[in-house]
Design a protein around this ligand. Structure first.
Ligand SMILES: Cc1ncc(COP(=O)(O)O)c(C=O)c1O
Length: 404
């Protein structure tokens, strides 16, 4: 049937604020792969695409749940044994004043609902720059504004606290911390966290603490600290889930823990719960993996950390010798955010890199960066031989493009 389309379905104007560089660049790579080239993927934070298998006891728990008929909708806020396990783990880690626990379709969905329940159009959230792009996308979708504060590359990518403080205004509702950080791999110091908590106290702000990489701290001498444990008097929503250290990102299971004074959080949490009830539940059988994950064997985490430490070291060694590259060594997660001394847009750089050398990284501008600086984000999940091959090609590309 032929149609004569004379009109267009137009997207909402606020969607102009929504982009996701990580997946946008994958479209370019797909075109190159379709021409028969093998791509080295250093672009996506999915451990299951590499040698990090999901722990079998978690798979068995989900399979058992499905066979036992757990295939209907679940509890909107989370299956009971899962919520109990999340609470027990949080309390063991020093969380006090727990006011609520919410399980969702990945931490991403809980983050989305927590922001939707918080912000009016025109409100803003202090978000890091560089940032994991989900936050800007969700805040833009709501019609609110990301209010970016800089992470300081000269100070190991810790938040620039003076910059952060200077950006607080009457429409600021929350401060977002991603610790350990995507895309920089930084792990925040106690002093940084205490000073952020002081700012939140002073200005009555909510803290959003994305701690999805908390188990993936790679240096023995570096310890992850949850800001909620340092500031039980401040309202904090801490996000976590099964996607990273528990190696099951495709199951889409994440959660949030609300801590702080009950009176301060009551109305807000009721609003979050209404959102969660409206969307019915997280995937029911997969919620049955949460308690086994948190309470069962944890050996796979040490195995993952050891692999990541070696891969991080290969990355740092390459960066130390690569032309036009400097890198603050990542201490956690599986990301590196090297600075590029180049005189072109970093999107042009990574596009050229995938077109000519078939190595896929993401441009720093996709995460945000200080004006005038250029970066790229590397995911160091692949095995060392793949990383070495990719890094060799990146160095070659830089030398060919810019000379020695
Ligand atoms: C900092 C950060 N937060 C949240 C997410 C989303 O994770 P989930 O799979 O739990 O939605 C990611 C995924 O890469 C992430 O890097």
């Amino acid at each position: 049937m032929t149609t004569n389309v004379t009109f267009q379905i137009t997207p909402a104007t606020r969607m102009a604020n929504v982009s996701y560089a990580i997946r946008d660049l994958a479209v370019v790579a797909d075109q190159i792969a379709s021409q028969g080239h093998e791509i080295l993927y250093l672009n996506i934070g999915d451990p299951c695409k590499f040698d990090f298998p999901t722990p079998p006891h978690m798979i068995e728990a989900v399979e058992r749940a499905m066979r036992n008929g757990i295939n209907g909708y679940g509890d909107s806020l989370g299956e009971r044994s899962a919520v109990k396990a999340i609470r027990a783990r949080a309390e063991a880690n020093g969380f006090k004043n727990i006011q609520g626990i919410m399980v969702g379709m990945g931490s991403g969905e809980v983050i989305d609902n927590c922001l939707a329940a918080l912000l009016n159009p025109g409100d803003n959230v202090l978000t890091p720059c560089p940032d994991y792009p989900l936050y800007g996308a969700v805040i833009g979708k709501i019609g609110a504004q990301p209010n970016s504060y800089f992470l300081d590359e000269e100070n190991g990518w810790q938040p620039d606290l003076e910059d952060l403080a200077s950006r607080i205004n009457p429409r600021t509702k929350a401060i977002l911390l991603i610790n350990p950080n995507n895309p920089t791999g930084a792990v925040y110091s106690r002093e940084t966290l205490e000073r952020v908590a002081d700012l939140a106290r002073k200005h009555n702000l909510l803290i959003l603490a994305d701690e999805i990489y908390d188990h993936l701290v790679l240096d023995e001498e570096c310890k992850h600290l949850s800001i909620a444990t340092l500031a039980p008097d401040v309202p904090v929503i801490t996000f976590n889930g099964l996607s990273k250290a528990y190696l099951a990102p495709g199951w889409r299971i994440g959660w949030a823990i609300a801590t702080g004074p009950a009176e301060a959080l009551h109305d807000y949490l009721e609003a979050v719960y209404r959102m969660l009830r409206a969307r019915l539940s997280a995937p029911h059988p997969f919620m049955y993996a949460i308690a086994p994950a948190l309470e069962g064997p944890q050996d796979h985490i040490e195995v993952a950390r050891a692999k990541l430490r070696a891969r991080r070291d290969v990355t740092v060694q390459w960066a130390a010798h690569a032309p036009n590259v400097s890198l603050v060594a990542p201490k956690g997660a599986f990301y590196a955010f090297p600075k590029l001394d180049i005189n072109e847009d970093d999107k042009q750089f990574v596009t050229g890199l995938v077109q000519q050398k078939h190595v896929l990284c993401v441009n720093g501008s996709g995460f945000g960066q200080r004006p005038g600086t250029h970066h790229m984000r590397i995911v160091f999940l692949p095995q060392e031989d793949v990383l070495k091959q990719a890094y060799g090609k990146i160095s070659e590309f830089i030398t060919e493009r810019y000379g020695k």
